[in-house]
Design a protein around this ligand. Structure first.
Ligand SMILES: *Cc1c(COP(=O)(O)O)cnc(C)c1O
Length: 418
């Protein structure tokens, strides 16, 4: 199946007389006829649902769809993008370990890596993703466990050279984790370029309607996890199973579920999974229009005298244009950022004048919205961290929705006249 078909048809496959549409299994628990059967489920000898903190049928169908859309072997939905990143990292890192991350990533992820994981004894080094492998390699340590980056970064809109990073990672026997939130599996499938684990904030384009928070971890099934002792030694908390041996096909996602989700309980609710699935069913159609509208808005802003610079990877004058064409040939997604000719106060004046575009702490849904990162989402970052993350004080992030693009441009036109 092609990606568009998978987004609609993969996962839930009704049998004779079943509901055509994915049902919401709003149940915490599952009934069994014998204790022996339930015992086998606990031993992971039989497949089935035990308790909705670990798995649920509604979620399982959406997980299968996402895994197929990304071209992976398994997926796990989580309560948010943040919990997906946290659980994916904790699946292989513990106290004393080290992570290499691109410095061009989401501010919330920087908080998680720099502060919360530090309390767990996990250290992070930020790297410039545009550096050559020889330069990047200098940051690898004996205790480095993984490399982390975003396909199209939020909000700097850099595009990752996934193949370069995959080469860098595999040369050093490390897995490459890619947050594919902005690109979505419609525009880019990082596994096709050598990534090992994909992370999503499903709260963005996958849902697409700004209705449900969620996240996902997707396992490519390609990385050799036997290099990590967590996968080759007995899990005492799961009466001695060895993930790389007992779950050879998808050890990463199995461990994330039966060990970490069991303990953390950062589960998505069945109703959220149902709503997320509705979003995923139209992802390809929406992304096409997001990309078209964003390109037109980017071109308009690029020609406006009050705009110093427009960042949109699919603009010909953008530093990431070639990488965008390579990894996201269908378009550059729907988010633009730009530098207004002025100070922080001018940004606020301009934003307050917008009518159709609302000021919200969100991006990547069907309603055009706007945000000033330096005074909101990224206000915890120091001046130098802001610059590293590509965020100047006069930077505005503009998430182009699915309205008629002429209305979006008209709104910008009147707001820029301040
Ligand atoms: C929003 C976002 C996250 C965090 O996701 P939540 O669902 O808000 O927890 C992570 N990565 C990227 C790229 C994001 O845009």
């Amino acid at each position: 199946m092609k990606i568009e078909t998978k987004l609609i048809q993969a996962g839930y496959n009704p049998k004779n007389g079943d509901p055509r549409v994915l049902p919401i299994y709003q149940s915490t628990t599952y009934a069994y006829d014998s204790s022996a059967h339930l015992g086998d489920l606990f031993d992971l000898k039989a497949e089935g649902h035990i308790y909705s903190r670990i798995s649920n049928p509604t979620l399982a169908f959406v997980e299968e769809k996402l895994a197929k859309a990304e071209g992976g072997v398994g997926a796990m939905l989580t309560s948010s993008g943040q919990s997906a990143t946290l659980l994916a990292i904790l699946n292989i890192c513990s106290s004393g370990d080290h992570i290499l991350s691109s410095n061009s990533i989401y501010g919330g992820t920087i908080n998680l890596l720099s502060h919360t994981l530090k309390k767990f004894g996990i250290e992070v080094t930020y790297i410039n993703q545009d550096d050559d492998i020889s330069k990047l390699e200098k940051h690898i340590r004996p205790n480095t466990k993984l490399i982390f980056a975003e396909t199209i970064s939020n909000p700097a809109l850099t595009v990752l050279d996934i193949e370069k990073f995959a080469k860098f990672a595999s040369k050093n026997n490390l897995p490459l984790f890619v947050d594919n939130t902005f690109a979505t599996p419609y525009l880019c499938r990082p596994f096709e370029h050598g990534a090992d684990v994909v992370i999503h904030s499903t709260s963005k384009y996958l849902d697409g309607h700004a209705t449900v928070l969620g996240g996902a971890i997707v396992d490519s099934g390609k990385f050799d996890w036997t290099k990590f002792s967590e996968f080759t030694t007995k899990d005492e908390s799961y009466h001695g199973i060895i993930y790389a041996k007992d779950f050879k096909d998808a050890p990463f996602i199995t461990k994330a579920r039966v060990q970490l989700m069991r303990d953390a309980g950062a589960m998505m609710s069945p109703l959220s999974a149902f709503l997320l699935n509705l979003g995923i069913e139209t992802l390809h159609v929406r992304m096409q229009r997001h990309c078209e509208n964003a390109l037109q808005v980017a071109k308009y802003l690029d020609n406006h005298k009050k705009i110093v610079k427009v960042n949109y990877p699919n603009l010909k004058n953008n530093a990431y244009y070639d990488l965008c064409k390579k990894y996201c040939p269908e378009g550059g997604s729907g988010v633009i950022s730009f530098l207004l000719d002025g100070k922080k106060d001018d940004c606020i004046k301009f934003m307050d004048k917008l009518k159709l575009a609302k000021i919200v702490v969100h991006v990547a849904d069907l309603r055009t919205c706007v945000l000033h990162p330096a005074s909101t989402t990224h206000r915890q970052l120091s001046e130098s961290q802001l610059i590293d993350a590509g965020i100047q004080p006069n930077l505005i992030r503009f998430s182009v929705g699915l309205e008629n693009v002429l209305d979006i441009i008209e709104d910008l036109e009147q707001a820029l006249d301040f």
